[in-house]
Structure formats: structure tokens, C-alpha cells
Design a binder for this molecule. Structure first.
Ligand code: 5GP
Ligand code: ZN
Length: 123
């Protein structure tokens, strides 16, 4: 199987648990954009076991603290997973995006993840 997240170089792992690890996104949306990834090949978020989900949650918090400690300009985050091709997923090994946000990094941040449908971002 040609899956980029099944053959991650261990040296690129920033944080890890028993079931899950965190790496930098290859094409970061903002500086510090990380991916939380289960070691087992699961197609999307909804395939994760409860043990994996608990660790995803733990690692998200650990990574958030790591980013906040390293970069005082970070004031917020977007957390999200694309599940299915129609929802924009391009790599079909589950990964949860942790995207640090800074004041002024977008001209109109209001709506955040609502921006998955561009015309509905504002309400
Ligand atoms: P999605 O499937 O959620 O739409 O996006 C896949 C994400 O994985 C993208 O943000 C992309 O930049 C990232 N990505 C794709 N291939 C690799 C890779 O080999 N290494 C890393 N670190 N990130 C990758
Ligand atoms: Zn995989």
C-alpha cells in the first residue's frame, strides 16, 4: 500500500503515545501546522478505536501546549479532520489537523471551519 502515513520516518515524529503520533504537515496552512495520526492504518476519524480517540485528544492538548510554549504569537487553533473524498480528504489514513492561528493570518477569520463551504463561512 502506498500510504505516506504508514511509512513515516521516526525522526520526524514530534510527540507520540502508544497508538498515535504527531508530525509537521508537509504543506502547512500556517506555521506550526501539525497532524495527529494513528499508527494503525485507519481510513478516517470514525474508524478510530476508543483507545486511539483518547490518545488523539491527549496528544492534541500536548501539541497545543508545545506550540503555545514555542510561539507567543499563537492565540487560537483550528482542529479538524476531513472524512471522505467529498469532504476534501486526500490522504486516506486518518489524520487530525491542528492549525495554530495568529491575529491577522487571514483577512476574514470569522467562521473558521465553516469555511469548508466557502460561500457559507459567513452567517
Ligand atoms: P487531507 O487528507 O486532510 O485533505 O490532507 C492531507 C494532509 O497531509 C495535507 O495537509 C498534506 O499537506 C499532508 N501530507 C500529505 N502527504 C504528507 C507526507 O508525506 N508527510 C507529511 N508530513 N504530510 C503530508
Ligand atoms: Zn496508512
Amino acid at each position: 500500500m502506498n500510504c505516506p502515513f504508514c511509512k513515516i520516518d521516526e525522526k520526524k515524529i514530534l510527540e507520540y503515545g502508544k497508538f498515535v503520533f504527531a508530525i509537521k504537515d508537509q504543506h502547512p496552512v500556517t506555521e506550526g501546522h501539525l497532524l495527529i495520526i494513528p499508527r494503525a492504518h485507519r481510513e478516517n476519524y470514525f474508524e478510530l478505536t476508543n483507545e486511539e480517540l483518547a490518545e488523539v485528544h491527549q496528544l492534541l492538548k500536548i501539541c497545543r501546549n508545545r506550540i503555545l510554549a514555542q510561539d507567543l504569537s499563537v492565540e487560537g487553533f483550528n482542529v479538524g479532520a476531513n472524512c471522505g473524498e467529498v469532504a476534501g480528504q486526500t490522504v486516506f489514513h486518518c489524520h487530525i489537523h491542528l492549525i495554530p492561528r495568529r491575529k491577522g493570518d487571514d483577512s476574514n477569520p470569522r467562521g473558521g471551519v465553516r469555511g469548508v463551504i466557502d460561500s457559507k463561512k459567513s452567517y
